[in-house]
Design a protein around this ligand. Structure first.
Ligand SMILES: Nc1ncnc2c1ncn2[C@@H]1O[C@H](COP(=O)(O)OP(=O)(O)OP(=O)(O)O)[C@@H](O)[C@H]1O
Ligand SMILES: [Mg+2]
Length: 506
């Protein structure tokens, strides 16, 4: 039904690239038509981002050619790509934290008044218009550094829309968005396609691929396995099987035996957190049992992260109410104190607090376990190294060596590293904030097995997630938050996607 006659906007032939002598992409073909959404899928480390970075002018291919609207193109820099009408929105966001959303959107291309000054009114109005389409609720004048990761993603998208790109490459744009926000973004994607834009969508949420993509390309270990119309793909399980090169069995949760009597692990009473303008969390109460997996559900800004931060003692807000851990009133003053009490926290923003990116995998795995190794004599270090090797393989971190730097891992593999290093500390209480953001379907299944295994061994798990499927698979109970208030706690027998969405909506 497209009014636009399909024509290739980009045609890449035989692109290859290697890093430190190891081939990351081997002779990959890829094209993008006007008026289509072309999905790119594959396991973590398959080479998706690297392929797109070649189209975005960030990586130079070792061999192969790229044509833009039929003419050979040399994309040696981001500016070359922008001039060619190609906008790449990174998986790891690239915004200036100390500038407002509006200023980020117009950075380097501010509209001017006739006196030559930046036209703030025009900028604010245009930014508001684009941000509204994306369902961004915060004030566009807010400093980007204070926004949540999902909101930052919307700012990135707004930025390339304003730059009037012909090809929009989105590398996991929805990974930090809730279902409602994702829906808004996908609707927008379809609208852009109708305008004749060519869109590349990288996503591990295969439901999205089926919902909006016209074609899909599967990469595995740096090779193109297949490019085909989405209508010809049988199911998402079939797609995962193509990605991993063998049959895939979706994860399941074994239903529990008769519930044991368990003691209360965490008790939150009347928690209120005062933000600068309003209460971020208001009168929230709940308790979690030992060995229970307890979910926090809600839209962006509903207060999920804020609740976890308060429990861990790193909330930036003035706090009222009480938090008890294992029957004792606690208010941790530092992450060390929380860790001492057996808590581990996997944060949502891996760029900010997850990893020491220029350090080795081994150092990163070791860091949170160090305080627990008194004196750190040599033989303990050796034992720790043994456990690191075990954990790296149990977490399926795709790596060449434990000495390689964390920033040389693909995005999803960095996330696996973060969860792994915390599991290694053998916590009694595990706080997880969007733990599988950017993780591929097969590796996710593995992380789920580890989380459920930890819970069966008695670990209390609190998990905040924007993915309803993730929560309904893992949790015993789910608390739905809406604008900082507790809406309801649903027991497993009452889980339903529709109900969760309904409760989360203001
Ligand atoms: N700058 C780099 N230096 C060294 N290795 C790199 C670099 N960029 C990518 N790689 C390696 O190339 C491989 C592919 O990485 P890439 O980021 O393209 O994967 P991906 O498919 O996007 O994965 P994910 O789903 O986790 O984002 C990985 O093994 C990664 O470690
Ligand atoms: Mg990637």
């Amino acid at each position: 039904m497209n009014a636009v006659v399909p024509a290739p906007l980009i045609e890449a032939d035989g692109l290859s690239i290697s890093f430190n002598g190891s081939a990351v992409l081997s002779s990959v073909d890829f094209d993008v038509m006007a008026g289509e959404v072309h999905a790119l899928v594959g396991e973590n480390g398959a080479g998706k981002s690297s392929l797109m970075k070649m189209l975005g002018g960030l990586y130079t291919p070792d061999s192969g050619t790229i044509r833009v609207r039929g003419a050979p193109a040399r994309l040696a820099s981001v500016n070359d790509a922008i001039d060619a009408g190609i906008a790449l929105i990174h998986q790891e966001l690239n915004l200036v934290d100390t500038l407002s959303a509006v200023d980020n959107i117009f950075l380097g291309k501010e509209p001017r008044t006739r006196f030559g000054f930046p036209d703030r009114r025009a900028m604010r109005a245009a930014a508001r218009g684009v941000l509204d389409q994306l369902g961004f609720r915060a004030d566009p004048e807010t400093l980007v550094g204070t926004l949540r990761v999902g909101e930052k993603q919307l700012v990135e998208i707004a930025k390339s829309l304003v730059a009037d790109a012909k090809v929009l490459i989105m590398d996991e744009p929805t990974s930090a968005l809730s279902d409602v926000e994702t829906h808004a973004l996908l609707t927008l994607t379809k609208r852009l396609r109708e305008r004749g834009m060519g869109i590349v969508l990288i996503s591990h949420r295969l439901g999205e691929v089926f919902a909006v993509a016209d074609r899909v390309t599967v990469l595995r270990d740096g090779r193109r396995i297949s490019t085909l119309p989405v209508a010809q793909v049988e199911s998402s399980t079939a797609l995962v099987s193509m990605m991993i090169g063998k049959d895939f069995a979706p994860p399941e949760r074994a239903e529990d035996e008769a519930p044991r009597t368990r003691s209360t692990s965490i008790e939150v009473r009347d928690l209120t957190l005062w933000g600068p303008a309003r209460a971020m969390v208001r009168d929230v109460s709940f308790s979690v049992l030992e060995g229970e997996v307890f979910g926090l559900s809600g839209l962006l800004g509903a207060g999920k992260t804020e609740v976890l931060e308060a429990i861990y003692g790193i909330s930036a807000y003035a706090q009222e109410g009480s938090i008890a851990v294992a029957g004792r009133q606690r208010s941790f003053r530092s992450p060390d104190e929380a860790a001492e009490a057996g808590l581990a926290f996997v944060t949502e923003d891996r760029k900010k607090d997850g990893l020491v990116l220029d350090q080795s995998l081994e150092a990163n795995f070791m860091l949170p376990s160090l305080p627990r190794v008194p004196g750190f004599p040599l033989y303990l270090r050796r034992r720790l190294c043994g456990r690191i090797a075990e954990q790296a393989s149990a977490s399926r971190v795709k790596h060449r060596s434990l000495a390689q730097a964390a920033n040389s891992l693909s995005g999803g593999n960095q996330q696996k590293l973060i969860i792994g290093k915390w599991l290694m500390t053998r916590p009694r209480i595990l706080l997880l904030d969007e733990p599988t953001r950017g993780v591929d379907v097969a590796a996710k299944a593995e992380i789920y097995r580890q989380i459920l295994g930890a819970a069966r061994a008695g670990v209390t798990v609190l998990i905040a997630s924007s993915e309803i499927d993730e929560l309904t698979l893992l949790c015993d109970r789910i608390l739905v938050l809406c604008e900082g208030r507790a809406k309801r706690v649903l027991p497993r027998s009452d889980f339903s996607g529709d109900e969760l969405v309904r409760l989360a909506s203001p």
